[in-house]
Design a protein around this ligand. Structure first.
Ligand code: BES
Ligand code: ZN
Ligand code: ZN
Length: 473
């Protein structure tokens, strides 16, 4: 926690302990040769001690991407922060390239912040603190743009902390408490529908999934009102399964090991709404967090049971491990009933997403071409990657049930990502619907440019960009 200590200024501090530039020509001749040697050896970031009388203790150069692609700049920012963390310095100064455009500059800030992330809540002796980073922007305008990325960086970090926290310390009730704290600190309004209220409203899917746990399910709704007028709102819905045992269709030990992360969608949504409020975005946005624990007990839902969702749809349970789409069914149906104009959900939904696209791109779906394009552009501008999956009618047949309106699993192993997405789409009805299946990308199996092994906070920045773009359309 508390890694992201990035500040933005236009004044270059005198005598920094470490100075990072993106163009080795600006380095003192004494260190330039050594930097070039390391670049030739394949390094992207080279940190060398100052030789002789230098203004800085250490000089570092980073090989600047030839493009203005935000993804490349975000990764490089992460690599710079990670390289600085290996050095005995408390503060690094990074000189932003003058030619960098707004999106790439913001992406660089996100990368610098993410690369210095640590999660040490459970260590009795925390490791060394990563150095604070000062980014020196070329102009006041550039600095203002770079600063816009800071609330987003904080949101990514917050989402990572939640996802990294074990289920023991972040069950539905603790997550609710976190949402209340976030609402207070970021000026959001909040409503909590407890299990009893959800049941009385008719949310038969969310309440059934969560009923085997000692910590009851609930729906938490946070709202940022930035539009200043009455009317529709943009809805984000997040899968908040605080732990997924699979239910009676129990997961294997290795399949269950990391299931504390199954609330990643809800974490992403809550963090994005908090950032939207910090940025004062001129729109109304509501985050619907469907919180539950998919546990095992005598009263757990069974394969073959039929549930009734908030909108009256009857659902045949084929597999109790396909629970994320069930809790989202009620969340999306409620968003629609309350007057959303758009709904985008985020969820660690399927193992099939890893088979389909690996970890590099997040499977995205949408029933509306404009919303699909907006999601693609938002991802690109913030330096993340999505890939649209098809929604043809043929796939919809997979979730037809013989005894109910719809079934919670496709047939066999075919197109699992799409079957799961289309299940959720059913509950959006004719609302423009978008979907991000973050199950592989939400978690890194090892250290990477943008951080250590563990939660990534993927799609937080994409959602914030999506909301920002929506304010101008
Ligand atoms: N939470 C899992 C999906 C998951 C798997 C997320 C691995 C992250 C890593 C989800 O609830 C699930 O178990 N889905 C099943 C659906 C199947 C039973 C139709 C799956 O993908 O196997
Ligand atoms: Zn599951
Ligand atoms: Zn799950």
């Amino acid at each position: 926690m508390s890694g992201a200590r990035v500040t933005v200024t236009t004044r270059r501090p005198a005598r920094p302990e470490a100075l990072v530039v993106f163009d080795d020509a600006r380095l003192p001749a004494a260190v330039r040769e050594e930097v070039r040697r390391r670049f030739r050896a394949g390094a992207r970031v080279a940190v060398v001690p100052a030789l002789g009388r230098g203004a800085a203790g250490r000089f570092a150069a980073a090989r600047a991407p030839r493009t203005a692609d935000p993804f490349a700049w975000r990764c490089l920012g992460g690599a710079v922060a990670r390289a600085l963390a290996d050095e005995p310095v408390r503060r690094g100064v990074v000189l932003a390239p003058e030619r960098l455009d707004g999106d790439a500059l913001a992406a660089l800030v996100l990368g610098l912040s993410q690369g210095s992330y640590r999660f040490d809540r459970y260590r009795s002796r925390p490791g060394s603190r990563p150095p604070a980073i000062t980014l020196v922007a070329a102009t006041r305008q550039a600095a203002a743009r770079a600063r816009q990325a800071l609330p987003v960086a904080a949101a990514v970090e917050q989402a990572r902390d939640w996802i990294n926290t074990p289920a023991e310390d972040l069950g539905p009730s603790e997550f609710e408490a976190e949402a209340r704290r976030v609402a207070r600190e970021h000026g959001l309004s909040i409503r909590v529908l407890d299990a009893e209220r959800c049941r009385r409203l008719g949310m038969g899917a969310l309440t059934a999934v969560g009923r085997a746990s000692d910590d009851p399910p609930r729906l938490v709704i946070v709202e940022h009102r930035g539009a200043g007028r009455r009317g529709g709102f943009f809805a984000l819905a997040g899968k908040g399964i605080c732990f997924d045992t699979g239910g009676l269709d129990l997961k294997t030990a290795s399949g269950m090991e990391l299931m504390k992360k199954d609330m990643g969608g809800a974490a992403t949504v809550l963090a994005a709404v908090a950032a939207a409020a910090d940025l004062g975005l001129a729109l109304d946005v509501r985050g619907y967090l469907a919180l539950a624990e998919n546990a095992v007990s005598g009263n757990a839902i069974r394969p073959g049971d039929v549930l009734t969702a908030l909108d009256g749809t009857t659902i045949e349970i084929v597999n109790t491990d396909a629970e994320g789409r069930l809790v989202l069914a009620d969340a999306v149906a409620l968003a629609r009933r309350e007057g959303a104009t758009h709904v985008v959900d985020a969820a660690t939904l399927t193992g099939a997403a890893l088979v389909a696209l690996g970890r590099a791109r997040v499977p995205m779906m949408a029933t509306d071409d404009a919303l699909a394009r907006a999601l693609e552009q938002a991802a690109e501008r913030s330096g993340e990657k999505v890939w649209r999956m098809p929604t043809d009618e043929e796939y919809r047949r997979q979730i037809r049930s013989e005894i109910a309106d719809i079934r919670n699993m496709g047939k066999g192993r075919e197109a699992g990502v799409i079957a799961a997405g289309l299940f959720i789409a059913h509950f959006a009805g004719d609302l423009p619907w978008g979907h991000l299946d973050i199950s592989p990308a939400a978690w890194a199996e090892g250290a990477h440019d943008l951080g250590p092994k563990g939660a990534t906070g993927v799609m937080v920045s994409t959602l914030v960009e999506l909301l920002r773009a929506h304010t101008t359309t």
